[in-house]
Design a protein around this ligand. Structure first.
Ligand code: ADP
Length: 480
Protein backbone atom coordinates (compact mmCIF):
# COMPACT_ATOMS: atom_id res chain seq x y z
CA UNK A 1 0.00 0.00 0.00
CA UNK A 2 1.06 3.56 -0.66
CA UNK A 3 0.30 5.79 2.31
CA UNK A 4 0.92 9.50 2.71
CA UNK A 5 0.82 10.95 6.23
CA UNK A 6 -0.12 14.61 6.37
CA UNK A 7 0.51 16.49 9.61
CA UNK A 8 1.61 19.81 11.06
CA UNK A 9 4.43 18.23 13.12
CA UNK A 10 6.63 15.15 13.08
CA UNK A 11 9.45 14.13 15.41
CA UNK A 12 12.39 14.49 15.26
CA UNK A 13 12.04 17.38 12.79
CA UNK A 14 9.54 19.50 14.69
CA UNK A 15 7.63 18.76 17.87
CA UNK A 16 5.32 20.58 20.23
CA UNK A 17 3.38 17.60 21.58
CA UNK A 18 2.23 14.02 21.22
CA UNK A 19 1.14 14.43 17.57
CA UNK A 20 4.80 14.72 16.56
CA UNK A 21 5.67 11.50 18.39
CA UNK A 22 2.92 9.60 16.59
CA UNK A 23 3.70 10.93 13.11
CA UNK A 24 7.40 10.40 13.82
CA UNK A 25 7.01 6.74 14.75
CA UNK A 26 4.01 5.02 13.14
CA UNK A 27 5.27 5.54 9.55
CA UNK A 28 8.58 3.87 10.44
CA UNK A 29 6.76 0.80 11.71
CA UNK A 30 4.55 0.66 8.61
CA UNK A 31 7.62 0.99 6.39
CA UNK A 32 9.24 -1.92 8.23
CA UNK A 33 6.09 -3.91 7.56
CA UNK A 34 6.66 -3.35 3.83
CA UNK A 35 4.35 -0.42 3.04
CA UNK A 36 5.46 2.55 0.91
CA UNK A 37 5.05 5.31 3.49
CA UNK A 38 5.76 8.99 3.08
CA UNK A 39 5.11 11.98 5.32
CA UNK A 40 4.43 15.58 4.33
CA UNK A 41 4.64 18.56 6.67
CA UNK A 42 5.43 22.28 6.62
CA UNK A 43 9.04 23.41 6.59
CA UNK A 44 9.21 25.66 9.63
CA UNK A 45 12.10 28.05 10.20
CA UNK A 46 12.29 26.83 13.82
CA UNK A 47 13.40 23.34 12.76
CA UNK A 48 16.91 22.44 13.81
CA UNK A 49 19.59 23.51 11.34
CA UNK A 50 20.96 20.01 10.88
CA UNK A 51 17.63 18.89 9.42
CA UNK A 52 17.34 21.89 7.14
CA UNK A 53 20.83 21.13 5.84
CA UNK A 54 19.89 17.51 5.12
CA UNK A 55 17.02 18.51 2.81
CA UNK A 56 17.25 18.25 -0.95
CA UNK A 57 15.13 20.35 -3.27
CA UNK A 58 12.50 18.43 -5.23
CA UNK A 59 10.39 20.98 -7.06
CA UNK A 60 8.86 24.44 -6.75
CA UNK A 61 5.94 26.24 -8.37
CA UNK A 62 3.37 28.96 -7.71
CA UNK A 63 0.03 28.06 -6.19
CA UNK A 64 -3.28 29.93 -6.29
CA UNK A 65 -4.90 30.60 -2.94
CA UNK A 66 -7.98 32.76 -3.56
CA UNK A 67 -6.60 35.94 -5.10
CA UNK A 68 -3.11 35.19 -3.77
CA UNK A 69 -0.36 33.55 -5.79
CA UNK A 70 2.15 31.93 -3.46
CA UNK A 71 5.49 30.22 -3.83
CA UNK A 72 5.40 26.55 -2.91
CA UNK A 73 8.63 24.58 -2.66
CA UNK A 74 9.04 20.90 -1.84
CA UNK A 75 12.11 19.62 -0.01
CA UNK A 76 12.85 16.04 0.91
CA UNK A 77 14.67 13.86 3.44
CA UNK A 78 14.86 10.06 3.34
CA UNK A 79 15.34 8.36 6.67
CA UNK A 80 14.59 4.91 8.16
CA UNK A 81 12.78 3.76 5.02
CA UNK A 82 10.40 6.74 5.07
CA UNK A 83 10.41 9.70 2.67
CA UNK A 84 9.64 13.05 4.32
CA UNK A 85 8.47 15.99 2.22
CA UNK A 86 8.53 19.55 3.53
CA UNK A 87 6.33 22.30 2.11
CA UNK A 88 8.40 25.45 1.86
CA UNK A 89 6.93 28.93 1.99
CA UNK A 90 8.61 31.50 4.22
CA UNK A 91 5.63 33.83 4.40
CA UNK A 92 3.60 31.08 6.08
CA UNK A 93 6.15 28.96 7.90
CA UNK A 94 9.06 31.22 8.85
CA UNK A 95 7.40 32.98 11.75
CA UNK A 96 9.56 32.00 14.69
CA UNK A 97 7.10 29.45 16.06
CA UNK A 98 5.13 26.42 14.94
CA UNK A 99 1.66 27.69 15.79
CA UNK A 100 0.34 31.20 16.07
CA UNK A 101 -3.10 32.58 16.64
CA UNK A 102 -5.92 34.39 14.90
CA UNK A 103 -7.15 34.25 11.36
CA UNK A 104 -3.68 33.89 9.85
CA UNK A 105 -3.55 30.33 11.25
CA UNK A 106 -6.45 29.54 8.96
CA UNK A 107 -4.61 30.95 5.97
CA UNK A 108 -1.37 29.09 6.78
CA UNK A 109 -3.03 25.72 7.01
CA UNK A 110 -5.43 26.37 4.12
CA UNK A 111 -2.26 26.93 2.10
CA UNK A 112 -0.80 23.71 3.50
CA UNK A 113 -3.94 21.71 2.57
CA UNK A 114 -3.97 23.10 -0.96
CA UNK A 115 -0.21 22.56 -1.31
CA UNK A 116 -0.42 18.89 -0.29
CA UNK A 117 -2.94 18.08 -3.02
CA UNK A 118 -1.14 20.23 -5.59
CA UNK A 119 2.29 18.64 -5.12
CA UNK A 120 1.19 15.00 -5.48
CA UNK A 121 1.26 14.84 -9.29
CA UNK A 122 4.52 16.83 -9.32
CA UNK A 123 6.37 14.47 -6.99
CA UNK A 124 4.92 11.50 -8.86
CA UNK A 125 3.39 9.87 -5.82
CA UNK A 126 -0.22 8.77 -5.94
CA UNK A 127 -1.09 7.45 -2.48
CA UNK A 128 -3.78 4.81 -2.02
CA UNK A 129 -4.54 6.36 1.35
CA UNK A 130 -4.09 9.89 2.63
CA UNK A 131 -3.69 9.66 6.41
CA UNK A 132 -4.65 13.09 7.73
CA UNK A 133 -4.07 14.34 11.26
CA UNK A 134 -5.93 16.98 13.28
CA UNK A 135 -7.60 20.19 12.14
CA UNK A 136 -4.64 21.53 10.16
CA UNK A 137 -5.35 18.88 7.49
CA UNK A 138 -9.17 18.90 7.69
CA UNK A 139 -9.86 20.72 4.41
CA UNK A 140 -8.00 18.12 2.32
CA UNK A 141 -10.85 15.58 2.12
CA UNK A 142 -13.35 18.35 1.35
CA UNK A 143 -11.32 19.55 -1.62
CA UNK A 144 -10.60 15.98 -2.70
CA UNK A 145 -14.35 15.21 -2.78
CA UNK A 146 -15.58 18.48 -4.27
CA UNK A 147 -12.79 19.79 -6.53
CA UNK A 148 -10.51 16.94 -7.60
CA UNK A 149 -12.86 14.12 -8.60
CA UNK A 150 -12.75 15.15 -12.26
CA UNK A 151 -9.03 14.37 -12.29
CA UNK A 152 -8.11 10.73 -12.97
CA UNK A 153 -5.00 11.00 -10.78
CA UNK A 154 -7.00 11.77 -7.63
CA UNK A 155 -10.06 9.63 -8.18
CA UNK A 156 -10.23 6.73 -5.72
CA UNK A 157 -7.72 8.06 -3.18
CA UNK A 158 -9.10 7.16 0.27
CA UNK A 159 -8.87 9.30 3.38
CA UNK A 160 -8.27 8.31 6.99
CA UNK A 161 -8.59 11.18 9.45
CA UNK A 162 -7.09 10.88 12.92
CA UNK A 163 -8.30 13.07 15.75
CA UNK A 164 -5.43 13.60 18.19
CA UNK A 165 -7.20 16.32 20.14
CA UNK A 166 -10.77 17.45 19.50
CA UNK A 167 -10.29 20.64 21.55
CA UNK A 168 -8.40 22.38 18.71
CA UNK A 169 -10.72 22.63 15.72
CA UNK A 170 -9.55 25.46 13.47
CA UNK A 171 -12.63 27.70 13.39
CA UNK A 172 -12.52 30.71 11.04
CA UNK A 173 -14.90 33.06 9.24
CA UNK A 174 -16.60 31.30 6.34
CA UNK A 175 -16.11 34.05 3.69
CA UNK A 176 -12.37 33.98 4.46
CA UNK A 177 -12.05 30.18 4.14
CA UNK A 178 -14.35 30.01 1.14
CA UNK A 179 -12.26 32.62 -0.63
CA UNK A 180 -8.91 31.00 0.28
CA UNK A 181 -9.86 27.56 -1.00
CA UNK A 182 -12.44 28.54 -3.65
CA UNK A 183 -15.06 26.42 -1.89
CA UNK A 184 -18.63 26.12 -3.09
CA UNK A 185 -21.19 28.20 -1.17
CA UNK A 186 -23.32 25.04 -0.81
CA UNK A 187 -20.76 23.59 1.63
CA UNK A 188 -21.75 26.07 4.30
CA UNK A 189 -24.55 24.05 5.88
CA UNK A 190 -24.74 22.49 9.33
CA UNK A 191 -24.26 18.96 7.99
CA UNK A 192 -21.03 20.02 6.25
CA UNK A 193 -18.61 22.79 7.26
CA UNK A 194 -20.81 25.21 9.20
CA UNK A 195 -20.23 25.41 12.94
CA UNK A 196 -21.99 28.13 14.92
CA UNK A 197 -21.77 30.58 12.03
CA UNK A 198 -18.15 29.83 11.12
CA UNK A 199 -16.22 27.29 9.05
CA UNK A 200 -14.63 24.47 11.03
CA UNK A 201 -11.60 22.56 9.67
CA UNK A 202 -11.97 19.68 12.15
CA UNK A 203 -15.64 19.24 11.32
CA UNK A 204 -14.76 19.26 7.62
CA UNK A 205 -12.28 16.42 8.17
CA UNK A 206 -14.81 14.40 10.15
CA UNK A 207 -17.62 14.85 7.63
CA UNK A 208 -15.61 14.20 4.45
CA UNK A 209 -13.10 11.46 5.39
CA UNK A 210 -13.77 7.82 4.63
CA UNK A 211 -12.71 6.63 8.08
CA UNK A 212 -12.10 8.46 11.34
CA UNK A 213 -9.69 7.20 13.92
CA UNK A 214 -8.82 8.54 17.29
CA UNK A 215 -5.94 7.74 19.55
CA UNK A 216 -7.53 5.52 22.19
CA UNK A 217 -10.64 3.32 22.40
CA UNK A 218 -11.97 5.17 25.46
CA UNK A 219 -11.58 8.61 23.82
CA UNK A 220 -13.42 7.28 20.73
CA UNK A 221 -16.41 6.60 22.99
CA UNK A 222 -16.04 9.73 25.11
CA UNK A 223 -16.18 12.15 22.18
CA UNK A 224 -19.70 11.02 21.35
CA UNK A 225 -20.85 12.56 24.66
CA UNK A 226 -21.56 16.21 25.41
CA UNK A 227 -18.84 16.47 28.10
CA UNK A 228 -15.99 15.45 25.80
CA UNK A 229 -17.51 16.14 22.40
CA UNK A 230 -16.50 19.82 22.10
CA UNK A 231 -19.84 20.55 20.44
CA UNK A 232 -19.19 17.97 17.73
CA UNK A 233 -20.60 15.03 19.71
CA UNK A 234 -23.76 14.82 17.58
CA UNK A 235 -21.72 14.51 14.38
CA UNK A 236 -19.30 12.05 15.97
CA UNK A 237 -22.18 9.93 17.20
CA UNK A 238 -23.61 9.93 13.67
CA UNK A 239 -20.22 8.80 12.31
CA UNK A 240 -19.45 6.33 15.10
CA UNK A 241 -19.79 3.36 12.73
CA UNK A 242 -16.85 4.75 10.75
CA UNK A 243 -14.78 5.63 13.84
CA UNK A 244 -12.06 3.44 15.34
CA UNK A 245 -10.04 4.02 18.53
CA UNK A 246 -6.44 2.80 18.34
CA UNK A 247 -4.10 3.39 21.26
CA UNK A 248 -0.85 5.16 20.37
CA UNK A 249 2.47 3.56 21.08
CA UNK A 250 5.79 5.22 21.87
CA UNK A 251 9.16 5.00 20.18
CA UNK A 252 10.70 2.39 22.46
CA UNK A 253 14.02 2.86 20.65
CA UNK A 254 14.17 6.51 21.73
CA UNK A 255 12.66 6.06 25.19
CA UNK A 256 14.93 3.32 26.44
CA UNK A 257 16.35 3.34 29.99
CA UNK A 258 19.08 0.90 28.90
CA UNK A 259 20.38 3.01 26.02
CA UNK A 260 19.07 6.59 26.37
CA UNK A 261 22.13 8.82 25.73
CA UNK A 262 20.99 11.83 27.76
CA UNK A 263 20.43 10.24 31.19
CA UNK A 264 23.29 9.97 33.70
CA UNK A 265 22.95 6.22 34.40
CA UNK A 266 21.20 3.29 32.76
CA UNK A 267 18.92 0.70 34.31
CA UNK A 268 16.61 -2.24 33.72
CA UNK A 269 13.55 -3.68 35.46
CA UNK A 270 15.87 -6.21 37.14
CA UNK A 271 18.57 -3.75 38.21
CA UNK A 272 17.27 -0.35 39.25
CA UNK A 273 20.46 0.99 40.85
CA UNK A 274 20.96 3.28 37.84
CA UNK A 275 17.56 4.84 38.49
CA UNK A 276 18.62 5.83 41.99
CA UNK A 277 21.63 7.59 40.46
CA UNK A 278 19.36 9.35 37.95
CA UNK A 279 17.14 10.52 40.82
CA UNK A 280 20.03 11.92 42.86
CA UNK A 281 21.44 13.70 39.81
CA UNK A 282 18.02 15.16 38.99
CA UNK A 283 17.53 16.40 42.55
CA UNK A 284 20.91 18.14 42.37
CA UNK A 285 20.15 19.62 38.95
CA UNK A 286 16.78 21.01 40.05
CA UNK A 287 17.94 22.27 43.44
CA UNK A 288 15.88 19.75 45.40
CA UNK A 289 17.12 18.15 48.61
CA UNK A 290 19.03 15.01 47.69
CA UNK A 291 16.83 12.48 49.48
CA UNK A 292 16.35 8.92 48.23
CA UNK A 293 13.66 8.27 50.84
CA UNK A 294 11.25 10.96 49.59
CA UNK A 295 9.12 10.19 46.54
CA UNK A 296 9.72 12.60 43.68
CA UNK A 297 6.51 13.43 41.79
CA UNK A 298 7.05 14.80 38.30
CA UNK A 299 4.81 16.46 35.73
CA UNK A 300 5.94 17.03 32.12
CA UNK A 301 3.20 18.80 30.29
CA UNK A 302 1.79 21.63 28.29
CA UNK A 303 0.32 24.06 30.80
CA UNK A 304 -3.25 24.21 29.57
CA UNK A 305 -6.66 23.72 31.11
CA UNK A 306 -6.65 20.14 29.79
CA UNK A 307 -3.86 18.95 32.02
CA UNK A 308 -5.38 19.41 35.48
CA UNK A 309 -2.91 21.91 36.94
CA UNK A 310 -5.85 23.57 38.70
CA UNK A 311 -6.37 20.39 40.73
CA UNK A 312 -2.75 20.57 41.88
CA UNK A 313 -3.23 24.23 42.71
CA UNK A 314 -6.32 23.46 44.80
CA UNK A 315 -4.59 20.94 47.09
CA UNK A 316 -0.92 21.91 46.85
CA UNK A 317 -0.65 22.16 50.64
CA UNK A 318 -2.01 18.63 51.02
CA UNK A 319 0.36 17.23 48.39
CA UNK A 320 3.39 18.80 50.07
CA UNK A 321 2.16 17.53 53.45
CA UNK A 322 2.62 13.96 52.22
CA UNK A 323 6.35 14.68 52.34
CA UNK A 324 6.80 14.18 48.60
CA UNK A 325 8.96 16.36 46.39
CA UNK A 326 7.59 17.75 43.14
CA UNK A 327 9.17 18.83 39.87
CA UNK A 328 7.22 20.32 36.97
CA UNK A 329 8.50 20.91 33.44
CA UNK A 330 6.13 22.72 31.15
CA UNK A 331 5.14 25.86 29.36
CA UNK A 332 1.87 27.44 28.42
CA UNK A 333 -0.72 29.62 30.10
CA UNK A 334 0.64 32.34 32.29
CA UNK A 335 -1.65 31.75 35.26
CA UNK A 336 -0.32 28.18 35.60
CA UNK A 337 3.26 29.32 35.12
CA UNK A 338 2.77 31.90 37.88
CA UNK A 339 1.33 29.32 40.24
CA UNK A 340 4.19 26.88 39.61
CA UNK A 341 6.84 29.57 40.11
CA UNK A 342 5.09 30.58 43.34
CA UNK A 343 5.11 26.95 44.52
CA UNK A 344 8.85 26.65 43.81
CA UNK A 345 9.40 29.73 45.98
CA UNK A 346 7.00 28.66 48.74
CA UNK A 347 8.39 25.09 48.99
CA UNK A 348 12.01 25.83 48.19
CA UNK A 349 14.12 22.67 48.06
CA UNK A 350 11.03 20.50 47.76
CA UNK A 351 9.29 21.88 44.67
CA UNK A 352 11.06 22.68 41.39
CA UNK A 353 9.62 24.43 38.35
CA UNK A 354 11.12 24.71 34.88
CA UNK A 355 9.12 26.81 32.44
CA UNK A 356 10.47 25.69 29.08
CA UNK A 357 10.28 23.01 26.43
CA UNK A 358 13.35 20.88 26.98
CA UNK A 359 13.42 17.33 25.66
CA UNK A 360 16.69 16.30 27.27
CA UNK A 361 15.55 17.51 30.68
CA UNK A 362 12.25 15.69 30.17
CA UNK A 363 14.19 12.43 29.68
CA UNK A 364 16.23 13.04 32.84
CA UNK A 365 12.97 13.65 34.70
CA UNK A 366 11.27 10.50 33.39
CA UNK A 367 14.37 8.56 34.44
CA UNK A 368 14.88 10.24 37.82
CA UNK A 369 11.26 10.59 38.99
CA UNK A 370 9.33 8.13 41.16
CA UNK A 371 5.78 9.13 40.28
CA UNK A 372 4.32 10.92 37.24
CA UNK A 373 1.17 12.89 37.97
CA UNK A 374 -1.28 13.31 35.06
CA UNK A 375 -4.70 14.39 36.37
CA UNK A 376 -6.08 15.41 32.96
CA UNK A 377 -9.57 16.78 32.49
CA UNK A 378 -9.57 14.87 29.19
CA UNK A 379 -6.74 12.99 27.48
CA UNK A 380 -7.13 11.61 23.94
CA UNK A 381 -4.22 9.23 24.49
CA UNK A 382 -1.36 10.73 26.46
CA UNK A 383 2.19 9.61 25.92
CA UNK A 384 3.84 10.92 29.07
CA UNK A 385 2.33 8.14 31.20
CA UNK A 386 3.68 5.48 28.83
CA UNK A 387 7.12 7.03 28.65
CA UNK A 388 7.14 7.28 32.45
CA UNK A 389 6.27 3.61 32.89
CA UNK A 390 9.04 2.65 30.50
CA UNK A 391 11.44 4.44 32.86
CA UNK A 392 9.96 2.82 35.96
CA UNK A 393 8.16 5.99 37.04
CA UNK A 394 4.71 5.11 38.35
CA UNK A 395 1.80 7.06 36.87
CA UNK A 396 -1.07 8.57 38.86
CA UNK A 397 -3.76 9.41 36.33
CA UNK A 398 -7.38 10.37 36.04
CA UNK A 399 -9.42 7.62 34.38
CA UNK A 400 -10.09 9.27 31.05
CA UNK A 401 -9.22 8.54 27.41
CA UNK A 402 -5.89 6.87 26.82
CA UNK A 403 -4.91 7.19 30.48
CA UNK A 404 -7.67 4.74 31.31
CA UNK A 405 -6.60 2.42 28.49
CA UNK A 406 -2.89 2.37 29.35
CA UNK A 407 -2.65 2.45 33.17
CA UNK A 408 -3.97 -0.51 35.15
CA UNK A 409 -4.81 0.67 38.66
CA UNK A 410 -3.02 -1.08 41.50
CA UNK A 411 -5.11 -3.73 43.22
CA UNK A 412 -3.82 -4.38 46.74
CA UNK A 413 -5.67 -7.70 47.04
CA UNK A 414 -4.28 -9.33 43.90
CA UNK A 415 -1.04 -7.29 43.76
CA UNK A 416 -1.73 -6.42 40.11
CA UNK A 417 -1.53 -3.13 38.24
CA UNK A 418 0.95 -0.62 36.86
CA UNK A 419 -0.10 2.66 38.47
CA UNK A 420 -2.80 4.51 40.38
CA UNK A 421 -5.94 6.22 39.13
CA UNK A 422 -9.00 8.15 40.23
CA UNK A 423 -12.33 8.61 38.48
CA UNK A 424 -13.66 12.13 39.01
CA UNK A 425 -12.12 15.47 38.15
CA UNK A 426 -11.86 16.35 41.80
CA UNK A 427 -8.85 17.71 43.68
CA UNK A 428 -9.46 15.71 46.85
CA UNK A 429 -9.95 12.48 44.98
CA UNK A 430 -6.57 13.16 43.35
CA UNK A 431 -5.00 14.03 46.71
CA UNK A 432 -6.30 10.83 48.27
CA UNK A 433 -4.74 8.85 45.40
CA UNK A 434 -1.42 10.65 45.81
CA UNK A 435 -1.49 9.94 49.56
CA UNK A 436 -2.14 6.30 48.84
CA UNK A 437 0.75 6.05 46.35
CA UNK A 438 3.14 7.92 48.64
CA UNK A 439 2.09 5.60 51.47
CA UNK A 440 3.14 2.56 49.44
CA UNK A 441 6.38 4.21 48.30
CA UNK A 442 7.45 4.96 51.85
CA UNK A 443 5.91 1.97 53.61
CA UNK A 444 6.22 -1.05 51.32
CA UNK A 445 9.45 -1.01 49.33
CA UNK A 446 8.97 -4.51 47.96
CA UNK A 447 5.51 -3.78 46.65
CA UNK A 448 6.90 -0.65 44.96
CA UNK A 449 9.68 -2.67 43.32
CA UNK A 450 7.17 -5.15 41.92
CA UNK A 451 4.91 -2.33 40.71
CA UNK A 452 7.86 -0.71 38.98
CA UNK A 453 8.97 -3.90 37.30
CA UNK A 454 5.46 -4.53 35.98
CA UNK A 455 5.18 -0.98 34.63
CA UNK A 456 8.56 -1.27 32.89
CA UNK A 457 7.60 -4.55 31.26
CA UNK A 458 4.41 -3.23 29.66
CA UNK A 459 4.64 -3.30 25.86
CA UNK A 460 4.06 0.23 24.57
CA UNK A 461 5.78 -0.33 21.23
CA UNK A 462 3.87 0.37 18.03
CA UNK A 463 3.84 -3.31 16.99
CA UNK A 464 0.21 -3.94 17.88
CA UNK A 465 -1.22 -0.55 16.91
CA UNK A 466 0.61 -0.37 13.57
CA UNK A 467 -1.13 -3.63 12.62
CA UNK A 468 -4.49 -2.10 13.55
CA UNK A 469 -3.78 0.85 11.25
CA UNK A 470 -2.86 -1.53 8.44
CA UNK A 471 -6.24 -3.20 8.91
CA UNK A 472 -7.93 0.19 8.75
CA UNK A 473 -6.17 0.97 5.44
CA UNK A 474 -7.03 -2.45 4.02
CA UNK A 475 -10.68 -2.03 4.95
CA UNK A 476 -10.97 1.48 3.59
CA UNK A 477 -9.45 0.40 0.28
CA UNK A 478 -12.20 -2.14 -0.11
CA UNK A 479 -14.89 0.53 0.18
CA UNK A 480 -16.48 1.47 -3.15
P1 ADP B 1 -0.09 16.37 24.48
O1 ADP B 1 0.09 15.79 23.11
O2 ADP B 1 -1.51 16.65 24.86
O3 ADP B 1 0.79 17.54 24.74
P2 ADP B 1 1.05 13.84 25.38
O4 ADP B 1 1.25 13.25 26.73
O5 ADP B 1 0.33 13.00 24.37
O6 ADP B 1 0.36 15.26 25.56
O7 ADP B 1 2.47 14.16 24.72
C1 ADP B 1 3.29 15.12 25.27
C2 ADP B 1 4.70 14.90 24.73
O8 ADP B 1 5.41 16.13 24.80
C3 ADP B 1 5.48 13.90 25.59
O9 ADP B 1 6.45 13.28 24.77
C4 ADP B 1 6.14 14.83 26.61
O10 ADP B 1 7.32 14.27 27.14
C5 ADP B 1 6.45 16.03 25.76
N1 ADP B 1 6.49 17.32 26.50
C6 ADP B 1 5.43 18.01 27.01
N2 ADP B 1 5.86 19.15 27.60
C7 ADP B 1 7.22 19.16 27.46
C8 ADP B 1 8.25 20.09 27.85
N3 ADP B 1 7.96 21.22 28.49
N4 ADP B 1 9.53 19.79 27.54
C9 ADP B 1 9.81 18.64 26.87
N5 ADP B 1 8.90 17.75 26.48
C10 ADP B 1 7.61 18.00 26.75
Amino acid sequence: MKILFVASECAPFIKTGGLADVVGTLPKYLAQAGEDVRVILPKYDVMRREYKEMMTHVVHFYLDLGWRRQYCGVEMIEQDGVTYYFIDNEYYFARGNVYGSGEFEGERFAFFCRAVLSVLPLIGFRPDVLHLNDWQTGMIPVMLCTQYQGNEFFRGIKTVYTIHNLRYQGVFAWPFVRDLLSLDEGLFTDDKLEYYGCANFMKAGIVYSDVITTVSPTYAKEITTAYYGERLDGLLKARSNSTVGILNGIDVGVYDPEECPVIPAHFTAEDLSGKAECKAALQRELGLEERADLPLIIMITRLTEQKGIDLVQRVIEGIMNTGAQMAVLGSGEKSYQDFLCWAAWRYKGRFATRIEHNENLSMRMYAGGDILLMPSRFEPCGLAQMIAMRYGTIPIVRETGGLKDSVHPYNQYTDEGTGFSFANYNAHEMLYTIERAVGYFRGDKEMWQRLRARAMKEDFSWNVSAKRYQEVYENVLQKP
